[in-house]
Structures are given as structure tokens and as C-alpha cells.
Write a protein of this length. Structure first.
Lengths: 305, 305
């Protein structure tokens, strides 16, 4: 098995995780959680999103969160921005990196951004240009890279077309989102074969939702194909907007466990991650669904003293 | 990705699943469940165990279960037997196949069977010989093939030694059990590399517990190495005796989903499997933990009318 020695895990829980939680979380609780994430060894935390509060009320306090967190050296604190207005707010709060987003499928793009794919490009191009001029790196999220809740299966060449445009704009890294968690390793292989013909693996990240339990299998296949950056959310936060109650992002702690057991370094301390998961679990007042948290509870350990 | 076209799933829920449930299930409910399993397209169901009722009270009705189930042609109804006494009872009830079991590690074998590995061989050899003379096929379970809750990591050559002895006795198929669910694909690869040097893939089955969420990833690696038989339990039944409350066997329905999406035939109807899972879920009076059942509930569907 050809595997990388080291993998970067990008924690998207505070943004992709919390945005699916209905109960409004206090800014202070978010800040405490992000501060505890900063103590785990993570090198990248996506802390919030500057979309209009009308769309995601949970993240309306993005500016406050960015202002109040304690920033550790060596950690990138990133924020999602939908447009120039969002970018301006993110720059004002000095986010270390900004992320733009769109979908590989028309149906999801229309539903999520209210624009066609072609209408989206100029908006993102402007954001990327301004962000780069402000000295920021830019991440591009491409959603629905394997399947779309509206259009069905998405062909790799569709993803490649969008990826081409985003890289041409100057995006530094693309995060390929398997948004609805239906994908299996054969599909991941087919997608990556197509993309890696044109783009270096160092500029691609995989972002799996674990709705059908296939995320870790998909990650192993991605590793074998040379991918070394993965998004995840502590506690498997995120839910699935297309099947309420179902699982969300692949859980950071389950990913850490598997990678470490496979001899792959992450730089993250699993115990510290579990402590941080326990913190947000208490804030949310519900049991998180990851396997590591299940075992943690089963063992009856008290890690927060 | 080199993959088989067809895979055999062996359902171990009625035995390996239920034996970990504390609440005693009525024989009638077990029979109803097994009858519903027979309508899913499964070709193999392990229905119970003839161990002494003192050890597993839940399966004390093994003979009754075997007597009362409706047997479909083309389905193998198997039973676990620990010794000659158990075998006699299984033969009396005309189990189609019997399974013997032991561990690859001394610690687990001692704890589970109360014998050393060397003391176990003659007991199993007698059972295998008698079973073959009665015209039955025999399955051999080897537990703790990657790690042992008492001895830690288990080396592939230890597993090979036990496998050698069991095949020499005349066992038809070995099921390699990753009993505590700690394994990752690199370990599976290393184990199978060692075993496939000596034994044909057609005589090996993999039996993964999903305690840490790695079972599907381990199955994909096994598939790539040529394994075409997998054990699973509907609803992920089975728990983990070493971490109460944690997950059990890999869930049959999650495995079916993944295999079908990968273009691999199982002969099983996923909807029928979910109906059957709903049946045992109602009997147990608790939510099953598989992802497919999670989605099923999230979608609010009523499959049993």
C-alpha cells in the first residue's frame, strides 16, 4: 500500500459543523471551542462564514468569533466568504485565509448560491483577485463532486471544468466536497484519476461526508492516490441537510485514529481532540456520533477534570 | 481498482449479534426475524450457537430456533458448535453447516474457551471429523486476527499457524475475525499477504467489527486482495464486549449499500434487508446504529405497513 507519511487535517467543525445546528450557540462557547481546537495540534481551523446572516443565522457572529479567539502561531484560521462584501468583513477581521465555494452541479449551485455555474465564476473571480491583492491565500470549495441531490451523479469532467476555472482564478487549493455522503471508493478513484491528470495532488483536498459510513474507505482510496489533505469535523458534526438526523462530516477523531494506526502522522493529539469534542458536546447538549466518542463514553472516562 | 464481480455476505446477526444483547429475546421473535432474513436474498445465515446455555443464555433456545424457522432452498442455515456435545445437538436439528471457533491469541482463547491454543486443537479436530462424517461442511472462526484485548497486536504468522491447523483438520472455510474492531487497512493488507501466500482466497472470509468505524475501509482493502466472502450483522448488532455501548459487527445493510454502489453483486435486496432490520429493531426496542437505518429513520419512511 503506497501511502503518504504525513497528512494535513483541516478542521471545518466550527463552520461546516455548526452551520447545520439549529440551536443558536453563544459566541463565547464557539470561541472556547475553537481555543480548545487550537491546543490539539491542528494546523488549520475554518472558524466561521461571512455569508449573510439571513442564510445562516448560526454564523452571524463570524466577526466576533474571529476577533475573540486566541490565535496560535502556526495555525491558519480561515473563513468562508461568498462575495466581496463577505471578503471585506473577513479581511477586516484578518482571517488568515478565505474560502470561496460553488458546486460542480447546476442543481446544487442554483439551490445553494441562487446562480448558475457560469454566473458564479465572475463573482468568485473578483473575490479571489481581491483576496490575493490583500495577501491572503484562497481555498476553493467545490461541492457535489460525486453526486448532487438534484441532478444525480456528477461526472468527473464536470468537476474538472469547475476546477480548471477556479485554479485559473488563482485559487491555491481546491477542497472537493462529497456533499451528500453517497460516494464509494470506485467513484473516488475515477474522480481523482481525472483530476490528477491535470492538477498536482498537493493542491487538492478531499472533503467527505459520512452519511453512509463510506468516508474512511474513501479517504483510504484518496491516500493511495496521493491526496494528503482532508477536511473533517470534530464529533462528525454537520448533519446532512438532505436527510435530517443522518450523519455529517467524517469525524476528525475517527480520521486521526485511522491515520495514526496506519502509521501516518497528523501532528494532532487524539486525546486533546477528544477533550475538545467533549467540550462542544456539552455545549450542544447532545451526544456526538463519532466512534471515538462512543468508545470514550463506553469506557466511562472523564477527560475534563 | 481490481475488484470481484460478486461477493457473498454471511449474516451472523442472529448469533454474533444477539449473543451480546442482554434482554432475552423470545424464540418466536428470533424465528420471525430469521424468516424475514430468508426473504432478503441472503444465501447464508448463522442462526444460533450450541454453546452451553450457562455461557450464553440468550442462545439457549438454539435447537428450538433451528426447528421452527422456515428453511428456504439455497440458503445455508448454520450454527456455532464448541464441542462434540454441541455438534450432536446441531446435527440432531439438522443445521446445514457447523462452525468451530478459537482465537489466534492465547489471552483471548484462554478467556473465551478456557483452554490454551494447543489444548483447543484436539477438541476442534474431533468436532470437524465428526461433522464431516455426518456430511456437513465446517466453517472455522479465528478470532483476534489483528489484535487481542489481552495480548495486544497479533502477528500474521500466529494467525497463519492456527489457520494451518484448522485447514489440516478439514475445515472448509476460515472466517478471520477482527474481534475488537481496532484494525486498519494496512494491517489487513499485511495479514492477507501472509495468508494468501498459502491459502486460496476462496477459502477465506473476513469478519470485521466496526468499533472504530474502519470496517468498510478494511473490507475494501480485502476486496482488492481478492477476498469475496464477508460476515456482517444486520443493524450492526453485536456491541463490543470490551467497550460496552460501542458498535458491533459491520452492518449488513451498510455493506450491501457500499458493494452495490461499487458495482459488486451480492444477490441481496437492500430494501428487504432494511425491512428485516426494522423488525429486529422493534423486537429489541432500540434504534439500530447502522447508517442505512439512520437514513431510513431520517427519511421518515414506513417500510413495514
Amino acid at each position: 500500500m503506497k501511502l503518504p507519511k504525513k497528512v494535513t487535517i483541516k478542521e471545518v467543525g466550527p463552520r461546516d459543523g455548526l452551520q447545520n445546528e439549529k440551536q443558536l450557540i453563544l459566541t463565547e462557547d464557539k470561541v472556547n471551542w475553537i481555543n480548545s481546537l487550537s491546543e490539539t495540534g491542528l494546523s488549520y481551523i475554518e472558524v466561521s462564514s461571512f455569508v449573510h446572516p439571513k442564510w445562516i443565522p448560526q454564523l452571524a457572529d463570524a466577526a466576533d468569533v474571529l476577533r475573540k479567539i486566541k490565535r496560535n502561531q502556526g495555525i491558519t484560521y480561515a473563513a468562508l466568504v461568498p462575495n466581496i462584501k463577505g471578503l471585506d468583513r473577513a479581511l477586516e477581521m484578518n482571517a488568515d485565509e478565505v474560502s470561496v465555494f460553488m458546486s460542480a452541479s447546476e442543481g446544487h449551485n442554483l439551490s445553494n448560491i441562487n446562480k448558475t455555474i457560469d454566473e458564479t465564476y465572475p463573482v468568485l473571480a473578483e473575490v479571489v483577485r481581491e483576496a490575493k491583492m490583500a495577501g491572503k491565500t484562497v481555498r476553493g470549495y467545490v461541492s457535489t463532486v460525486i453526486a448532487c441531490p438534484y441532478d444525480g451523479l456528477v461526472e468527473p469532467h464536470q468537476v474538472k471544468k469547475v476546477a480548471d476555472r477556479l485554479f485559473a482564478m488563482g485559487v491555491d487549493e481546491l477542497s472537493l466536497g462529497e456533499t451528500i455522503g453517497v460516494g464509494v471508493p470506485t467513484q473516488v478513484e475515477r474522480l481523482l484519476e481525472e483530476l490528477l491528470r491535470e492538477f498536482p495532488s498537493s493542491q487538492l483536498a478531499m472533503h467527505f461526508h459520512d452519511t453512509r459510513g463510506t468516508a474512511l474507505a474513501n479517504i483510504v482510496k484518496s491516500l493511495e492516490m496521493g491526496i494528503t489533505t482532508f477536511d473533517s469535523a470534530l464529533g462528525g458534526l454537520g448533519g446532512c441537510p438532505y436527510a435530517k438526523g443522518a450523519s455529517g462530516n467524517v469525524a476528525t477523531e475517527d480520521l486521526i485514529y485511522m491515520l495514526h494506526e496506519m502509521g501516518i502522522e497528523t501532528g494532532i493529539d487524539l486525546d486533546a481532540a477528544l477533550k475538545s469534542a467533549q467540550l462542544i458536546e456539552r455545549t450542544l447538549g447532545k451526544e456526538l456520533k463519532s466512534r471515538q466518542m462512543e468508545i470514550f463514553r463506553a469506557e466511562g472516562k472523564e477527560r475534563i477534570s
